[in-house]
Design a protein around this ligand. Sequence first.
Ligand code: NAD
Ligand code: ZN
Length: 359
Amino acid sequence: AGCCGGDNMAAWLHGVDDLRVEPHPAEVDKPLGPNDVRVRVGAVGICGSDVHYLKHMRCADFVVKQPMVIGHEAAGVVVEVGSAVRGLACGDPVALEPGVPCRLCEHCKTGSYNLCEKMEFHATPPVHGSLARFVTHPSDFCYKIPDGMSLEEGAMCEPVSVGVHACRRAGIAPGQKVAILGAGPIGLLSMMVARAFGAAVVVVTDVSDERLKVAIELGADVAVNVKGLSPAEAADKVVGDGGRRPDACVDCCGFESSVATALAAAKSGGKVCLVGMGHIIMSLPITASAAREVDLVGVFRYRDAYPTAIHLVGSGAIDVQPLITHRFSLATNFTSDTINEGFKVSAGGGDAIKVMFDL
Ligand code: NAD
Ligand code: ZN
């Protein structure tokens, strides 16, 4: 259709374990707004929430009621620019920030646009996602990536941005000791961002030795397997023999035991940063928060984080390549089989960290 040449194929979520590649003509047929760009998508990573939608057709309060295009970690090349767009041209490689806020509400006007209640976020129903040949997106949410940075690395800027926002909210600064609880993609990237922000000592916890091995390979100083440990025992290991408590604990799994560990381990006056979203109701040693002035800070996605994420990845301060454990090419073969194979690997646990589709 039009400038984009050929059908716009996309990965549609129809039901539990039902993903199909079908045309998505609206995305290329709709007229380009003056501030929009059309992007030929080149790389899309799969996130835990995409898998969650595939398995449950919902994530928290968001329910998939109509078939929805999945995917929200994307980068591509600009193929068409709206009449008012400045600073982007056809051929530019861009990372797509997937959430577009209303720009009018109090949160938007005060800069906390990630809290906008009218946020339209890729693959959060009813908004279609970006696992498609082409997407149309506001130009100010498309960030040019530098020469030498791949589109896969551009797509990785989405979870890196979560890490950037988490480390900002946790107040991470040079010389600090930081604990990261949970060594999934979010924990590992938060760990790398913490390092880039100057953390001197990084302790990572998980219940999987394989994940902890990766954490050490990526630069963690100490890995603690907390399987079978009480939160108090786990906190003792996080603090370690030297007795230095973390300035900040970043929870990247969202379980009662890990948040309890974080609260018990953090130094007085330190921070516990909640990134993980798992247990909704938790029983926690919350007195630490009052009696020791441990501040609890929440993290919801990110704001103003893409430029920093792109700088960290583009400058080589963070190497995201080792996290991309599996790749599936849709370039000549955008088929349901390939999409389902990729999601199967991502959902299967095992050694998969980040599954990437190359389009
Ligand atoms: P993941 O499931 O791949 O990683 C979680 C890791 O935690 C796993 O390696 C698991 O083995 C480990 N784990 C399980 N129990 C543990 C425990 N008691 N202590 C320590 N580690 C434990 O998930 P992910 O993709 O890395 O995402 C991490 C969390 O962050 C998820 O809860 C996700 O929903 C959340 N998330 C939040 C935001 C946000 O905006 N706040 C954004 C993205 C992801
Ligand atoms: Zn708003």
